[in-house]
Design a protein around this ligand. Structure first.
Ligand SMILES: Cc1cc2nc3c(=O)[nH]c(=O)nc-3n(C[C@H](O)[C@H](O)[C@H](O)COP(=O)(O)OP(=O)(O)OC[C@H]3O[C@@H](n4cnc5c(N)ncnc54)[C@H](O)[C@@H]3O)c2cc1C
Length: 478
């Protein structure tokens, strides 16, 4: 019987473990958290899935990924990737970019994986989301990420998976270049070397490591925090231990998925997705970005990146009584903290500790640039400012009707983009593009994202590549 070690029990780890156990392997999951707190980011997400229906990815899935497949990728290397994978040079196989081989595997296996998860007890439906305006299609698991964790943990246990909670993966055991096991340490201080046929690293990114955040993302990372408690468990050890044995990397190491949140709130994902219906100002009282370039689901990340660049990484979303013209705006305001409310801009500036004269000028200039037109809150209405820099491209109406309302907004780190380079079967590749025998990575531990995150695909990535890793490790053909 083959022995598989899976590190991490989020969607990637649980998918890997279940697929391995169903195919006859002896499986051990190594998990840092205690039982009931396990599941990392997966535990806290609503887990939107960028699908058109349960069998097919959304129409814009491949296109969006292709537009964000790397930096300025080298055309001489890109050209090679139209050949069969076997004929790619080692340079192309190990290149840091989302290559066609990986993307094809992802989109091809998305529906198959969701059907498999359905058989494991999950239910999927087109449920309401927090986005007031949208451009793509999103399927949701009923019960969110927690349902994935609970259902798959139960299924794994039924299939005989051995869970070692409160145990941390420390390093890989390597013999002649092949991975043959894992060194672990449990909370009671005991260390152990576990020998296995394959190790599947599914232990998240490095959003929970301030040291790696500073090293890769930079000194401004002090202004970031994981969007939910689960991210703190992901300290980058999986990525680190594989790099130490020569693994190639993929994904944009200096970036992360950014989401606008209220810093005062300690709940999971206290997102503020309502900012297109007002203005964003920084601590100096100045606007700094187009708050509404398009639908909020497609643009919240780029706007949040601008917030992150401001002094102390914070901005204030300022709006007025007319926010109530937006039907059910509360669904896009997930914080449990009340807005700061004031009857005048002067009072609001005092409350926010923003220089009043600057704020007054900013709002007056903005109001003067708003033109008459039909306000359509639930679709891109093209109601744009005129002659203002930066412009506001949609839903631009004067902020002039008391009471004024404001929410502080910072960028949260949903997860980091940098990870390990894998092939279509989630095998970790070395810097020559060759698979490291016995080593797989799935979920956040593998890197695929550059520039703008293709929203609602990270949970799917975990499920797809977790399952593929297990099938490949056991030689199971689909
Ligand atoms: C609030 C929130 C909302 C989100 N919304 C969406 C969404 O709608 N759609 C979407 O696709 N994505 C979303 N994401 C992102 C997505 O949830 C995650 O990227 C995905 O679930 C990660 O799955 P994973 O299995 O790779 O990692 P995780 O689920 O984070 O699991 C990693 C596990 O590894 C364990 N671990 C870490 N290091 C070690 C170690 N050294 N040894 C042992 N165990 C270790 C952790 O404790 C954890 O249990 C959201 C995330 C959050 C937090």
């Amino acid at each position: 019987m083959k022995k598989i070690i899976v590190v991490g029990s989020g969607i990637a780890g649980l998918s890997a473990a279940l697929a391995a156990a169903q195919n006859g392997a002896s499986v051990t999951i190594i998990e840092r958290a205690q039982e009931g707190e396990h599941g990392g980011n997966t535990r806290y997400t609503e887990a939107y899935l960028r699908m058109k229906n349960i069998d097919e990815v959304a129409d814009d899935f491949v296109e969006h990924f292709m537009e964000n497949a790397g930096g300025y990728t080298d055309p001489s290397i890109e050209r090679e990737t139209v050949r069969d994978y076997e004929n790619w040079s080692s340079l192309a196989k190990s290149q840091s970019m989302l290559d066609a081989e990986l993307l094809y595997s992802f989109s091809e296996n998305a529906g198959i994986t969701l059907r498999w998860l359905e058989k494991a007890g999950m239910k999927f439906d087109f449920l309401p989301t927090a986005f007031i305006t949208t451009t793509t299609t999103r399927l949701l698991p009923v019960g969110g990420g927690l349902a994935f964790v609970d259902t798959l943990t139960d299924e794994c246990k039924k299939a005989g998976v051995n869970f070692q909670f409160e145990t941390t993966a420390k390093s890989l055991i390597v013999n002649d270049g092949n991975v043959e096991g894992l060194s672990v340490k449990s909370r009671d201080g005991k260390t152990d070397n576990i020998i296995a046929d394959a190790v599947i690293l599914a232990c998240g990114g490095f959003e929970g490591s301030p040291e790696m955040m500073a090293r890769y993302v930079g000194p401004r990372a002090i202004n970031l925090r994981p969007v939910a408690r689960g991210g703190h468990y992901n300290k980058g050890e999986g990525i680190d231990m594989a790099i130490k044995i020569g693994a190639a990397t993929n994904g944009e190491f200096s970036s992360f998925h950014a989401e606008p949140i209220d810093p005062r709130s300690g709940i999971a994902e206290p997102a503020i997705f309502t900012f297109p219906y007002g203005v964003l100002v920084n601590k100096e009282g100045n606007r700094f970005t187009d708050e509404a370039p398009g639908t909020v689901d497609a643009h919240y990340e780029s706007v949040t990146r601008r917030i992150y660049e401001q002094r102390d990484g914070i901005a204030y979303f300022i709006t007025d009584a007319k926010l109530d013209d937006v039907p059910n705006w509360q669904k896009g305001s997930r914080t449990d903290q009340p807005p700061i409310i004031a009857d005048s801009l002067k009072e609001l500036a005092q409350e926010l500790k923003i220089p009043y004269l600057a704020l007054d000028k900013t709002i007056n200039d903005y109001n003067a640039s708003c033109v008459y037109g039909e306000f359509k809150p639930l679709e891109k209405d093209g109601l744009a400012t005129q002659g203002l820099i930066p412009p506001k491209s949609n839903w631009a109406r004067p902020v002039d009707k008391a009471p004024y309302r404001a929410w502080p907004v910072i960028s949260a780190n949903v997860f980091t983009f940098g990870g390990l380079k894998v092939d279509r079967n989630a095998r970790v590749l070395d810097n020559d593009g060759d698979p490291i025998v016995g080593l797989y990575a799935a979920g956040e531990t593998m890197g695929i994202y550059y520039r703008t995150y293709t929203g609602s695909t990270s949970v799917l990535r975990g499920a797809v590549f977790g399952r593929l890793a297990a099938l490949h490790a056991l030689g199971v053909k689909q």
